[in-house]
Design a protein around this ligand. Structure first.
Ligand code: PMV
Length: 348
């Protein structure tokens, strides 16, 4: 008797950190995650989710999940709701990209090579990887430009921010969908550092946050504010490559700081209010502010790190690579050692 070949496909996708945030969905949204404003992110190509989709000897329609076991990968703890969302997205992908679920059951295995559910945007990378794994399973050319745009739009329906993970190193998500941000500094010029002060699961999911911020009075004017800031930021980032790039880069740092506080202010002014800061998050922010001043007084050409927090207590810093930046990072690692873990290498 000949053995039946069970089909299987694997894909990986990077996480991304937003510098202009996607927070809040349009009120007439149809479940397809339409944001109230455009957003901009940096793709963290060294923080990846891995997904394998395989046929299993079960009836058509059966879907199971298991952790992807491979050296260096950390299996996420998927809640019942998380699993449900993942399965719904798998069905959506099979229906839209092919002719429905395969004849046999399927097993989805997933894991990350970075800590999950702590504001390091694992939902973005895992939904992007799931979309890519199913497209690969169905034989699509996932590198082809138009296919990629289509997959990004499809992935957005599972997790909004995942649509940005299809483009790098910068991704802009506006009314036309997500696409690569052009004319911006390359990842070879930048270093990303995450300071993890708490890697426990967050109490308010980002789906819940998107809903609750609609009760904040600060939501009035937020779309306009975010669009204005996005345009200014894109301009500063482009100019940061030119003559007098330092002034533009440091202006970009100011805009990124303001944007991060803007989103967290939306959280704290919602009804009921909620927030993600830990005492150590503030400790990091204050330390960075002091270190910035000291670095600038030592070297007038110093470029400040871009500092932002996602929906979590951890702090992301994006440095313009330089000798000074390396010394700063070493110093920072020592200073936070008792209360934060530094993770580097997200940009490769
Ligand atoms: O894609 P979601 O629904 O997990 O929303 C993510 C929203 C933030 O991470 C808080 C901001 C962003 O733009 O990534």
């Amino acid at each position: 008797m000949s053995e039946i070949q069970l089909k299987s496909a694997t894909a990986t996708a990077p996480s991304n950190i937003a510098l202009i945030k996607y927070m809040g969905k349009t009120s007439n949204h149809d479940g397809t995650n339409r944001p109230v404003n455009s957003s901009l992110s940096l793709t963290l190509s060294g923080f990846r989710s891995h997904v394998r989709v395989s046929e299993i000897e079960k009836e058509r329609g059966a879907i199971d999940w298991a952790p992807f076991r491979k050296a260096g990968l950390q299996a996420p703890e998927l809640s019942e709701r998380g699993r449900e969302k993942f399965f719904q997205h798998a069905v959506r992908c099979f229906e839209r990209l092919g002719s429905g679920l395969p004849q046999r059951g399927i097993l989805i295995e997933s894991a990350n090579d970075f800590p999950s559910d702590c504001g390091l945007a694992s939902s973005a990378s895992s939904f992007a990887a799931l979309t890519l794994a199913i497209a690969t399973f169905l034989g699509l050319d996932v590198e082809e430009r138009s296919v990629r745009s289509k997959l990004s739009a499809l992935s957005r329906e599972g997790s909004g921010s995942s649509c940005r993970s299809f483009f790098s190193p910068w991704s802009v998500w506006n009314e036309e969908g997500a696409s690569r941000g052009e004319g911006l500094p390359g990842s070879n010029l930048l270093t990303h550092v995450a300071l993890v002060v708490d890697d426990s699961k967050k109490r308010v999911s980002s789906s819940e946050a998107h809903q609750r911020v609609s009760t904040s009075l600060l939501m009035r004017g937020r779309p306009e504010r975010a669009e204005t800031r996005l345009n200014l930021l894109l301009d500063c980032l482009k100019r940061s490559l030119g003559t007098d790039g330092q002034t533009s880069w440091n202006r970009a740092a100011q805009l990124v700081w303001a944007e991060s506080w803007d989103m967290h202010a939306l959280f704290e002014t919602s009804d009921p209010a909620f927030g993600y800061f830990a005492p150590e998050s503030l400790r990091v922010l204050n330390l960075v502010r002091d270190m910035n001043e000291a670095a600038l007084s030592r070297d007038a050409s110093f470029r400040f790190p871009l500092v932002t927090m996602d929906a979590g207590p951890n702090v992301h810093l994006i440095f313009w690579k330089s000798e000074q930046a390396s010394l700063y990072i070493d110093d920072l690692r020592t200073k936070v050692r008792s209360f934060a873990r530094m993770i580097e290498g997200a940009l490769i």
